[in-house]
Write a protein that binds this ligand. Structure first.
Ligand SMILES: Nc1nc2c(c(=O)[nH]1)N[C@H]1C(S)=C(S)[C@@H](COP(=O)(O)OP(=O)(O)OC[C@H]3O[C@@H](n4cnc5c(=O)[nH]c(N)nc54)[C@H](O)[C@@H]3O)O[C@H]1N2
Ligand SMILES: Nc1nc2c(c(=O)[nH]1)N[C@H]1C(S)=C(S)[C@@H](COP(=O)(O)OP(=O)(O)OC[C@H]3O[C@@H](n4cnc5c(=O)[nH]c(N)nc54)[C@H](O)[C@@H]3O)O[C@H]1N2
Ligand code: SF4
Ligand SMILES: [Mo]
Length: 628
């Protein structure tokens, strides 16, 4: 539990958007209410920044639909409260029966993370392995997988804009004044607006709050970004505004892509997307002439037609002009945990499988699986069929697909068609109301929690929030729910835990050595690392903090995979000790800490292509580009 300061302020974070700004709050512990809220100046990333949405935190703690007992659906569609032992036993039996008859590939896992809560997903990983789950999906697969695919082919890394220092900021289908997307968004947008030497370019059909502030607003017709961005890239080539020496030194594929862009009829494309050609040319020149440009796309592009092509063309605008790997441009950030790996089920355990090389497809619709995720839009199609490979069961946590996916009615029908559906949530959501079993999690203020949306550069931060309240009676943290499920599935028992529990009493180093030794001898320890950590290291952590135990494994993997950035942040030297120091620092930093310090030059080794050259040529997208 977090101990408040002498004036009664507790540290926590806002859970409404991915930034998770640090907060200080006052509480009424008796009624579990959050009564006063202000920004936390000690938070290393948000530095006291908040927007007005943070004032709604109590709603997320005390929403009327919150659950306080496991629920089982009756044949008439109503729900009855059942006890935890019954719920866990029945769920384990039913999943086992489905797995034994149709294989783990018939069970789809959805979710695992939302805007504020990612620790539960680290434990969900163990339940998936115990059930032999092969297919997963989450909200990233309704918006960001196209972007991931393009970024993977061109850069092999995510790259985040340095909007604080850029001369020109460009937003495509993104309204950061409201949705944020980078730390202290409003302060930074206002700074750009006020500075006559800096420019803001916004591509949006709507005069959004951000477009209102822009120097250049390219007011595209909805769904025509591909034409607008293709024309922008074409102008760069046709007016010879590209960064030739930089391209020669740092990229491949320029000859191929420039030949295509040269033939694009800019005037016709400008008319088609409804943007004044003069303004479009002005935007292209501004990007080319700037010392530094940072650029970001979001839902307006990603939830639209030609979204993957748009993600490619958007990147060409800043790459053809040499805006990468310098102050004020997009740079490769160092993640604490790779969301792409975690999505594939590769991120949490000590035994890391190599990345899947063969292209995988969904079993019924044959849809491309990117970063291990089934595209959200085909999920109902994969269920509402008599195909022998259809999904027969779903485990959903920290996601509300009936509400958030494109076709709510079909998703509802799909859930009802399953042989078994289990939802782990804090509330009786639209999705929960279609499930066979609903398991109540305690809220993000009643357990330690955190997110892995750590995208900042050059100093990247991580914030483990300490609980403000005891769990609401009847609820459990996801760590405990998954531990009970994995144990009920017969995968782990006291026998596996005992030696590590003893080692945990002797201190971190003893525990680290014991974990390494036992995981070589007992493959279950590596396979179900998160649960084993929760059950063995967890009890040695401060009261209420046991669900933070999986972070020990993530810290150990992080310092090994990013030794330079970790060392610059103070977590260098012997990897085991550095991982332990990082883990303890996380536990002891209620406002969060800096775990990675990078350099702009590090953006180059992050490009894991021959000679660290960026690839400008994606022939897979050529047919679509030519179809425009
Ligand atoms: N408070 C709060 N903040 C959030 C979230 C939240 O749930 N709550 N969610 C977070 C998440 S998960 C995400 S993905 C981000 C999303 O962040 P944004 O993508 O900024 O979200 P939207 O408000 O949907 O903005 C999309 C913009 O695209 C524009 N648009 C619509 N159609 C088109 C088009 O055809 N072309 C172009 N160029 N633009 C178009 C819209 O007018 C709008 O201004 O927000 C994050 N921030
Ligand atoms: N109409 C419309 N649909 C959209 C969007 C839109 O702008 N408009 N945006 C789209 C985008 S960009 C995204 S990212 C998706 C998001 O879609 P989802 O990933 O489905 O996200 P949320 O609706 O935020 O659902 C998160 C769930 O987590 C639950 N939850 C909260 N805290 C906890 C916790 O501690 N533990 C557990 N187990 N559960 C918890 C909440 O009650 C909620 O049911 O929605 C997409 N769908
Ligand atoms: S920017 Fe996002 S995380 Fe920060 S206070 Fe606003 S809604 Fe909350
Ligand atoms: Mo999103």
């Amino acid at each position: 539990m977090h101990t408040p300061d002498s004036d009664g302020w507790h540290k926590t974070a806002c859970i409404i958007c991915a930034l998770n700004c640090g907060l200080e709050v006052q509480t009424d512990g008796k009624d579990r209410r959050i009564t006063k809220i202000r920004g936390d100046k000690a938070h290393p990333i948000s530095q006291g920044y908040v927007c007005e949405k943070s004032q709604r935190m109590d709603y997320y703690q005390n929403g009327a639909d919150r659950l306080s007992s496991p629920m089982r659906r009756r044949p008439d569609g109503s729900y009855e409260a059942i006890d935890w032992d019954t719920a866990i036993r029945e769920i384990a039996q039913k999943f086992t029966a489905i797995r034994d008859t149709h294989g783990g590939e018939s069970i789809l896992y959805f979710g695992g993370a939302n805007q504020g809560s990612h620790l539960g997903g680290t434990y969900g990983d163990s339940t998936q392995k115990a059930l032999g789950v092969q297919y997963r999906s989450n909200a990233l697969a309704q918006e960001k997988t196209g972007e991931f695919w393009v970024a993977g082919k061109m850069l092999t890394t995510g790259a985040h804009g340095d909007f604080e220092h850029c001369e020109v900021a460009v937003f495509v289908g993104k309204n950061p004044w409201h949705s944020h997307g980078f730390a202290r968004s409003r302060v930074i947008l206002r700074d750009i607006q006020k500075d006559p030497n800096r420019s803001l370019i916004v591509i949006d059909p709507r005069r959004s709050e951000t477009a209102e502030m822009a120097d250049i607003h390219l007011q595209v017709k909805p769904g025509t970004d591909a034409w607008c961005l293709a024309a922008l890239a074409a102008i760069l080539v046709q007016e010879d505004l590209v960064a030739h020496p930089w391209l020669a030194e740092h990229t491949t594929g320029f000859a191929e892509i420039s030949a295509v862009l040269r033939s694009i009829p800019v005037t016709r494309y400008a008319v088609f997307c409804g943007v004044d050609e003069t303004l479009l040319r002005q935007a292209a020149r501004r990007i080319a002439q700037a010392r530094s440009v940072s650029m970001m796309e979001d839902l307006g592009l990603q939830m639209n037609v030609h979204s993957t092509l748009g993600s490619y063309l958007q990147r060409l605008a800043w790459l053809l002009t040499g805006h990468y790997g310098r102050p004020g441009t997009n740079n490769a950030f160092v993640p604490f945990l790779s969301l792409a790996k975690a999505s594939k089920g590769e991120g949490f355990s000590a035994s890391q499988r190599p990345a899947q090389r063969v292209e995988r497809r969904s079993p019924v619709a044959g849809a491309k699986i990117i970063i291990g995720l089934i595209p959200c839009n085909v999920i109902p199609e994969e269920i509402l069929t008599d195909h022998p490979k259809r999904y027969r069961a779903m485990l959903i946590e920290c996601g509300n697909p009936v509400h958030s996916l494109a076709d709510s009615q079909r998703m509802r029908a799909a859930l009802r068609a399953l042989e078994l559906s289990v939802v782990i949530d804090v509330a009786m959501t639209e999705t929960a109301r279609e499930a066979d079993y609903v398991l109540p999690a305690c809220s993000q203020f009643e357990k330690p929690d955190a997110t892995f949306f750590n995208l900042e550069f050059p100093r990247n931060g991580f914030h483990l929030r300490q609980p403000l309240f005891e769990p609401r009676p009847g609820t459990l943290p996801e760590a405990e729910i998954h531990a009970r499920l994995v144990e009920a599935l017969g995968e782990l028992s006291e026998h596996d835990y005992a030696p590590l529990r003893r080692a945990a009493k002797l201190g971190r180093l003893a525990y680290s050595l014991a974990f390494a030794w036992h995981s070589k001898r007992n493959r279950k320890i590596a396979r179900y690392a998160a649960i084993v950590l929760y059950r063995t290291l967890g009890p040695s952590l401060p009261p209420g903090m046991a669900p933070a135990a999986s972070l020990w494994g993530i810290a150990q993997i992080y310092v090994r995979s990013q030794p330079t950035a970790a060392a610059r942040a103070g977590f260098g030297g012997n990897a085991v000790r550095a991982g332990n120091r990082l883990f303890d620092a996380i536990l002891n930093s209620p406002s969060g800490l800096i775990f990675a310090v990078s350099d702009h030059a590090d953006s180059w080794p992050a490009v894991r292509l021959p000679d660290h050259r960026i690839n400008l040529w994606l022939p897979e997208l050529l047919p679509e580009l030519q179809k425009l």
